[in-house]
Design a protein around this ligand. Structure first.
Ligand SMILES: [Zn+2]
Length: 54
């Protein structure tokens, strides 16, 4: 086993992993516009809706 990764991780890969961690961390909220899960403080990927209401 080598301590170094075989391939250099691309920005895209690490970004995707971070996204997965965020999702698994349970920090998703339900979009109030379309009802899909989305990241808080980010526009909805499905409908582009962005609004935080309490
Ligand atoms: Zn939405």
């Amino acid at each position: 086993m080598t301590p170094l990764p075989k391939k250099k991780q691309t920005k895209r890969t690490s970004a995707a992993r971070k996204l997965v961690l965020k999702i698994k961390g349970g920090s998703l909220i339900v979009c109030k516009s379309c009802g899909k899960l989305k990241l808080p403080h980010k526009a909805c990927r499905a409908c582009g809706f962005y609004r935080e209401e309490k």
